[in-house]
Ligand binder design. Structure first.
Ligand code: FE2
Ligand code: ZN
Length: 368
């Protein structure tokens, strides 16, 4: 077992399997897992960052299974090889990577989960295919649900719990306009993400069409927002760069409420360049002032070029939702809309926060 403590204060260890990993001494001191430094029962650190000394390694030894460090502050730390091996950066970041499988048009019709509600509600394990489908495609269906608010609520609870917003917790709406929103009319609704005006948009949108009688139309339209963004990056890199950096303001106003939030339309992880959120809603954009004319023109050009992907029927998946089928979509990724309709159409559903549904997925070991 080779080990070195360099003058740059780095501990380099060559593990049994040949893995060579470097640890800064400040990292090692911070990651001490002794009972003074760490509460193993709550998985929390017990020392304030300002109380953890910037110590140097006084002496150390490494056996097959553990690293033992005596610090110049007098503290003694033990680390298992198994613990340390998790922090090989590549492995560590790979484990956390979401692996969305991009789609266009109708190509995921037969791939997304369509799970019977009995199986979905049977156990955490039984619900797994729905969470896997949401991670992979951003869409899942739960079938044979009672076509009412109560039946839908049970599904929402099992997806992570109902999120309360200005629209309530569980909501139900018809063509009756009781909120200042285009969704409450029978006009066509171009694809969009919800809540671009919230500091954190809803994670999941759950929609259940519990009645459509005396008319036609009202097809649901879905688009993979990540696919459109990826195409834009390939074909119009300048526009992609603009939409990933320029803050676009969105707002929601009704009597007694004014939500507003500014952020890029395409959000990415700056260190990995991976897409993290699409915040696209052409209706909820605020009236905005621009620092200069160039920015203003870039904004319109980029947004139109992105919108072309999302409006292209070849990229859209259209279908008719039937009473009994609950549709679940990842609002950070998949855009939704609907065609115009006649007759009485009643929908119910709710939102689930992203933190809450990813919590379920992580507990099921589907993500790191
Ligand atoms: Fe919507
Ligand atoms: Zn310690």
């Amino acid at each position: 077992m080779e080990k070195v403590y360099t003058i740059e204060r780095v501990v380099e260890i060559k593990f049994e399997d040949g893995n060579l990993i470097s640890f800064e001494d400040c990292w090692l001191r911070d990651h001490c897992r002794c009972s003074t430094c760490y509460h193993a029962d709550t998985y929390q650190r017990s020392q304030h960052i300002l109380d953890i000394p910037d110590a140097r390694v006084k002496s150390f030894s490494f056996s097959k299974t553990q690293l033992n460090i005596i610090w110049d502050c007098g503290h003694n730390s033990l680390y298992s090889a198994e613990f340390l091996l998790q922090f090989d950066y590549k492995k560590w970041s790979d484990k956390r990577r979401l692996r969305p499988q991009l789609w266009r048009g109708t190509e995921v019709t037969d791939k997304v989960a369509r799970l019977n509600v009995k199986q979905f509600l049977s156990s955490a394990e039984g619900a797994k295919p729905v969470f896997q489908s949401l991670l992979d495609y951003g869409v899942a269906f739960i079938e044979d649900v009672s076509p009412n608010l109560m039946g839908t609520e049970e599904v929402c609870q099992a997806l992570g719990g109902v999120q309360r917003t200005v629209f309530g917790g569980m909501w139900q709406f018809t063509t009756k306009p009781d909120h200042a929103d285009t969704a409450y009319t029978n006009l066509p609704l171009a694809v969009h993400n919800d809540n671009t005006y919230f500091t954190e948009a809803a994670g999941l949108q759950i929609l259940h069409c519990i009645e459509h009688t005396g008319g036609s139309g009202g097809k649901t339209v879905l688009v993979d927002g990540f696919y459109g963004a990826t195409e834009l990056r390939k074909n119009c890199p300048e526009d992609y760069e603009f939409l990933t950096t320029f803050d676009v303001e969105a707002e929601y106003i009704e009597e007694g409420h004014h939500h507003s939030y500014s952020a890029p339309i395409i959000r990415i992880n700056r260190s990995t360049q991976e897409l993290t959120q699409i915040r696209y809603n052409v209706y909820d954009r605020s009236a905005m002032a621009f620092a200069d004319g160039g920015l203003c023109r870039s904004y319109y050009r980029s947004l139109r070029n992105l919108a072309r992907y999302y409006q292209d029927p070849a990229n859209q998946w259209q279908f008719k939702l039937k009473p009994g089928t609950v549709m679940v979509i990842d609002n950070f990724r998949v855009l939704h809309g609907r065609t115009s309709f006649t007759g009485t159409r009643v929908l119910c559903g709710s939102y689930v926060t992203r933190s809450d549904w990813l919590d379920r997925a992580r507990t099921l070991k589907l993500i790191g």
